[in-house]
Design a protein around this ligand. Structure first.
Ligand SMILES: NC(=O)c1ccc[n+]([C@@H]2O[C@H](COP(=O)([O-])OP(=O)(O)OC[C@H]3O[C@@H](n4cnc5c(N)ncnc54)[C@H](OP(=O)(O)O)[C@@H]3O)[C@@H](O)[C@H]2O)c1
Length: 317
């Protein structure tokens, strides 16, 4: 498999986005806590680039931008890629939506500009290809020891902020003008929130990154409840996988790409990273595709329940 074999979608910004990228979000340790697996992330990104991945997804909040930056720099220095060969996405943290900070006790003149500069420094890059508002909920923030954290009340509840997304978006548009982000977009926005941006923007959001898989196809960007099901153990997926001598995961990734979605499955396991990339050498029949269509049940595995009380929580309407 080579990088050239991966299909691309052309975004409204003109950017050609490979439909297969590497996800790198936080990892869970043996006690169940979320921790970035830093060495694992660097090695995974280097291996993925070696075997042809040209699209990497991260976020300020994943805490691994510096390791990803090192991986990219290593691969450029080794002559495996040039900067322009690789699409790098990162995201604006939930509590940095404020473009102007007149009412906020913080010294950075512009939180959005300050945030991307921090990410670019971590990534050792001059620009990112895609910069996304990570989620629509905005929160008040505090900075201590150079780290950005949530402001909480006496009971430990996070304090919301009420920033109009259109204001944050204007600050993102300026990042494009400054050449710091080639394309800008959002993540986890619902239809109403997207429409608000479309009605108030100069540059259209190029992307809305959302949870998406055969159990949650979101034809209209909609969702309901979570159930305990394992998608890779679904008998229909297993039957299709067996017929093509592929793994259930390969069938599920291929299915999403066939349905026009850009995918970023995460792995630090080289066997999985390779397996996830080896999906362009088989084709599913129409009847297999329609059986897989039948799996959709509005099932969200990543429901952001910790933010469900926020006024801008996207998954209530
Ligand atoms: N914008 C947002 O709010 C948001 C939210 C969630 C995720 N994301 C992005 O989407 C990416 C993907 O989501 P995710 O990380 O939550 O979950 P995911 O990619 O759906 O699943 C990751 C898990 O699947 C395993 N895996 C990967 N390939 C496999 C294979 N071929 N066979 C068996 N197991 C396999 C990985 O383990 P191994 O490491 O052992 O392979 C890991 O435990 C994230 O990394 C992040 O970049 C964005």
């Amino acid at each position: 498999m080579t990088a050239n074999a991966v299909p691309h979608v052309k975004l409204s910004s003109g950017l050609h986005l490979p439909m297969m990228g590497l996800g790198t979000s936080q990892f869970v340790n043996h006690q169940g806590a979320s921790v970035p697996n830093l060495k694992g992330t660097r090695e995974a990104v280097e291996y993925a680039i070696d075997i042809g991945y040209r699209h990497v997804d991260t976020a300020y909040s994943y805490g691994n931008e510096a390791e990803i930056g090192t991986a990219i720099r290593n691969k450029i220095q080794q002559g495996v890629i040039k900067r322009e060969d690789l699409i790098v996405t990162t995201k604006l943290f939930h509590n940095l939506h404020r473009a102007d900070v007149n009412n906020v006790d913080f010294r950075t003149p512009d939180l959005v500009l300050g945030s991307i500069k921090k990410s670019l420094k971590n990534l050792q890059l001059d620009y990112v290809d895609l910069y996304l508002i990570h989620a629509p909920m905005s929160y008040q923030f505090i900075v201590s020891d150079e780290k950005i954290g949530y402001v909480t009340d006496a009971n430990g509840n996070r304090l919301y902020d009420t920033v109009d997304h259109a204001d944050t978006w204007k600050a993102l548009e300026e990042l494009v003008d400054l050449g710091l982000a080639k394309s800008i977009g959002v993540s986890n926005f619902n239809i109403r929130q997207l429409q608000h941006l479309l009605d108030n923007c100069r540059i259209k959001p190029a992307v809305n990154q959302v949870e998406n898989h055969a159990y949650l196809m979101q034809p209209q960007l909609w969702n309901k409840t979570k159930e305990e099901l394992v998608l890779t153990e679904d008998p229909i997926v297993g039957e299709v996988a067996k017929r093509h001598s592929k793994s259930p995961t390969q069938v599920l990734i291929r299915y999403m790409i066939e349905r026009g979605r850009v995918v970023i499955p995460r792995s630090t396991n080289p066997v999985h990273i390779k397996e996830n990339f080896e999906i362009f050498d088989f084709e599913m029949s129409k009847s297999e595709m329609s059986k897989l269509d039948g799996l959709d049940r509005n099932l969200r595995f990543f429901p952001f329940t910790q933010f469900k009380d926020a006024p801008q929580f996207p998954f209530n309407d």
